[in-house]
Design a protein around this ligand. Structure first.
Ligand code: NAP
Length: 489
């Protein structure tokens, strides 16, 4: 395999091949198209799995799991390290694929893959170091020290990993690697836009030696196979990242099954009167507009105290006017949104806010699914854009009287992913952080995920459970207690 193109042989089970026009796939049977947001047309297609094929494939995994769960930790770690090394050699073509498939710019696409490589290495190391404990019985009356519980962790079985379109490689790998290290078999159901990337990383895992009956990519439209996969009797856990309605739907149709859900967000940046304005401006612009705002932890609203809101708004707008807009291969920060439908939704939120009195501090302009970055001042809580997640390049500024109003508005959201506080008073920052109902508070920094060994948690409609290397391994394994009754042997 060369390091400038990715080539999967035509006779492989889920084959994908790149030519000069883009990605062409050679899947068998029924297919679904993968749309290229920057091209405006389909760039390839992938196999659409039928339920009977899903059954067959999952049965293979259920069998493979019985061997994998007893495979030595060091051997699992070695295979993961090898996978990471192979992925690293393919950063250039994989980044090219992300540019085509999801219109992520060249640098961000490369960063996503490098981060995934680092994640796998760290996971392999962390998995080796997880240990159990021994508990003695004499802490409770009537029991003696000769009753000992050996507490360890065991895998769950077949884990279903479902990432969203915006990080189809990273959010697949942050599920697959800890699940495998924990001894599980894994089905990757890639997002349809991101399916080519998903197939490729799984193929590279096979090349590293990760067994075919331990990891599978099952492609197809979620409309047709989503519910079938999620409620399949062999699936013992779902690890999902995506929108809140889909996460809620998955929670409704599954019973007695552990779920990890990373869902939507409406992260607020609270800017107080003593904030370092340059820092706040730079962090907010980067946090709000990277990958055109299509990030769960994007800054999705600014809550600025009235006395500095005007100057902050103008400073943000000035910086936003310098953002590059265009194609992913030109490394532009603002690129076409994932679909026309997404662009229509963002546009509708902007237009509605303008009609209701919001003031645009930047030009409001759209070309098909490319929306130029917009900063809206004088947004009020009665506007939809104050509460809904646009997933696009628009930043509402809401003026507040004081911190108390800021905390109240921040917490009134249905979401609780992250929040940022900009102030030079560190004691005040800690105090406010205590009152924010979110998984993570960033003090003097933009909202964002990572470093990836930090816990990543969402409250309310933003999710369930914790991710982060160690936390993900723990979440995808369970405790098992073996009690030795020493007096009886
Ligand atoms: P989405 O529409 O919910 O889709 C996410 C994934 O779920 C895709 O792979 C999709 O497959 C699949 N899916 C949809 N319906 C399903 C079902 N019934 N059963 C099983 N799988 C199903 O979300 P998206 O538009 O891709 O992603 C954007 C959302 O993700 C935003 O709300 C964002 O905030 C959130 N997100 C959250 C985090 C976080 O860590 N909290 C990170 C990134 C993104 P198809 O593509 O085939 O439909």
């Amino acid at each position: 395999m060369s390091d400038t193109t990715i080539f999967i042989p035509k006779d492989s089970r889920d084959s994908v091949q790149l030519n000069e026009d883009g990605w062409i796939t050679h899947p068998r049977g029924e297919t679904i198209e993968v749309y290229g947001p920057a091209k405006g047309h389909a760039i390839g297609c992938v196999h659409a799995y039928e339920p009977s094929e899903i059954d067959q494939r999952i049965e293979q995994l259920a069998q493979g799991y019985q061997t994998w769960r007893f495979t030595r930790l060091t051997d699992r770690a070695r295979l993961l390290h090898r996978w990471a090394d192979i992925l690293e050699k393919h950063i250039t073509p994989l980044a090219q694929l992300l540019m085509l498939e999801i219109a992520k710019n060249r640098q961000d696409a490369s960063d996503e893959i490098q981060r995934s490589v680092d994640f796998i290495h760290y996971t392999a190391e962390e998995g080796l170091r997880l240990s159990g404990e021994a508990l003695y019985g004499d802490a409770f009356p009537g029991h003696a020290r000769n009753k000992v519980s050996l507490v360890g962790r065991v895998p769950l079985g077949v884990v279903l990993a479902i990432p969203p379109f915006n990080y189809p490689i990273n959010l697949a790998i942050t599920k697959i690697a800890p699940a495998l290290m924990g001894g599980n078999a894994v089905i990757l159901k890639p997002p349809t836009q991101g399916a080519l990337s998903g197939l490729n990383i799984v193929h590279l895992a096979y090349e590293a030696g990760i067994p075919f009956n331990v990891l599978a990519a099952i492609t197809g439209s979620s409309r047709n196979i989503g519910d079938y996969l999620v409620s399949h009797p062999y699936v013992k856990m779902v690890n999902f990242t995506g929108s809140t309605p889909t996460g809620q739907h998955i929670a409704q149709i599954t019973t007695m099954m552990p779920l990890l859900l990373e869902l939507g967000g409406k992260d607020a940046a609270l800017v107080l009167s003593d904030a370092d304005m340059t820092l706040a401006r730079d962090q907010i612009v980067s946090g709000a507009f990277s990958y055109s705002g299509q990030r769960c932890t994007a800054v999705k609203r600014v809550l600025a105290v009235d006395e500095l809101a005007s100057s902050l708004g103008l400073a943000i707008a000035e910086k936003v006017r310098t953002l590059t807009v265009g194609l992913p291969e030109d490394n532009c920060m603002i690129t076409p949104l994932i679909s026309q439908q997404s662009a229509d939704f963002v546009w509708e939120l902007i237009q509605e806010a303008l009609e209701q009195g919001a003031v645009a501090l930047t030009p409001v302009h759209r070309k098909d699914n490319l929306i130029f970055p917009v900063v809206l001042d004088y947004v009020t809580p009665s506007m939809r854009i104050a509460w809904e997640e646009p997933f696009g390049p628009v930043l509402p500024i809401i003026r507040i009287q004081d911190e108390a109003e800021g905390i109240s508005l921040a917490n009134a959201s249905e979401y609780g992913l992250q929040a940022a506080i900009f102030t030079q008073d560190i004691s005040k920052a800690f105090d406010l952080a205590e009152h924010l109902d979110v998984g993570t508070v960033q003090i003097n920094g933009k909202t964002s995920r990572g470093p990836d060994h930090f816990p990543f948690v969402g409250t309310k409609s933003s999710g369930l459970g914790a991710q982060g290397v160690r936390y993900s391994i723990l979440a995808m394994t369970r405790l098992k207690s073996t009690v030795v009754n020493l007096g009886h042997v």
